[in-house]
Design a protein around this ligand. Structure first.
Ligand code: VAH
Length: 318
């Protein structure tokens, strides 16, 4: 049997950074080809600069490395995506089409496609949002993920590709700085607390959003990809939940360690995006199909985030 060779697009992003490391541990450092648009000269492992909008480039990379699996993480996120809607649509869709076509032509065994709770709009039940309601997203990012879910389902049904997908909530991790996401306030706040700086939140104190600690998000991804093909009942994308909280609840969790930490609220354009998203997610189909269960809640996540960021900033032994 051909040994597994895993290609990751967007490997320098929030999920990609951690997923690359976990996949290197699982398959061996030389079995993972990390790629990103930006070069990375001190990368520990196999790295290629790759523009996924270039079909020939990704096809050549897949053939050169005898790739058997692709994790396609490259995309423009919700908040950044609204700054140039047509470019966001073009990049998020053209990169997916290239990955799907290369996978079809090169007989890739398995593909992972990240979707998001951003596929939901304000026409659905916002508490315990079910697996398959009508999807009317507010953002171009969300629209591209709805279209992407349907394209991956089409390539599964039409060509038999084994493509698997998760609708991630807001992912919170200590390994990368806040990116262009609407949920990234929940990453930035920890950096400010650990550095004894006041935090200005771009969402209202009462904005409840579904979130997940990065260790749970990565474990969910690997558990889904390892599950037997026959038990996968959802070929668009699985709802996934970790926890839900408001900026005020997150602030109070951090204050258990930093009682003098200060927050102010100055909602901006991202408030309208957040208001269109669910408050909480029903992920029972993932629990039933492949035994999903989160390990982290708000306080256990806060404890790890503070411990790890203190070690990063103050070179304190974690
Ligand atoms: C974003 N972090 O904010 C991403 C995610 C559910 C949010 O898709 O765009």
């Amino acid at each position: 049997m051909k040994s597994e060779k895993i290609l990751i697009t967007g490997a320098l992003g929030q999920l990609g950074t951690v997923l690359t490391n976990e996949l290197q541990k699982k398959y061996g450092i030389n079995s993972v080809i990390a790629t990103d648009l930006r070069p990375n000269f001190d990368f520990n492992g196999v790295f290629e600069t790759l523009d996924v909008t270039n079909f020939k480039a990704i096809e050549e990379c897949v053939i050169k490395h005898n790739v058997t699996q692709i994790y396609h993480l490259a995309a423009i996120l919700s908040a950044n995506g609204e700054k140039n809607p047509l470019k966001t649509w073009d990049i998020n869709m053209s990169t997916l089409f290239n990955v799907l076509e290369v996978s079809r032509l090169c007989n890739i065994n398995k593909i992972f496609y990240p979707s998001s709770i951003a596929v939901f709009g304000d026409e659905i039940e916002s508490v315990n949002t079910p697996q398959s309601p009508n999807l009317t997203p507010l953002t171009v990012y969300g629209m591209s993920k709805v279209a992407g879910e349907n394209w991956v389902n089409y390539y599964h049904k039409r060509y038999g590709l084994d493509i698997r997908s998760l609708r991630y909530p807001g992912v919170i991790g200590y390994q990368s700085l806040p990116g262009g996401g609407t949920t990234d306030y929940a990453v930035d706040i920890y950096h400010k607390a650990v550095n004894n700086e006041d935090f200005e939140c771009f969402l209202k104190a009462s904005t409840m959003l579904p979130m997940i600690f990065i260790d749970d998000a990565i474990r969910a991804t690997l558990e889904l990809m390892d599950a037997p093909r026959k038990i996968i009942s959802i070929r668009t994308s699985y709802n996934l939940a970790g926890m839900s909280f408001t900026p005020n609840e997150l602030y109070n969790s951090i204050r258990k360690t930093y009682p003098d930490f200060k927050i102010s609220y100055n909602p901006d354009f991202r408030q309208e995006i957040a208001d269109s998203w669910p408050k909480s997610i029903d992920d029972n189909t993932a629990r039933k199909d492949w035994g999903w269960k989160p390990n982290y809640d708000l306080d256990s996540m806060t404890n790890i985030m503070i411990q790890k960021l203190k070690a990063q900033y103050h070179s304190v032994v974690a």
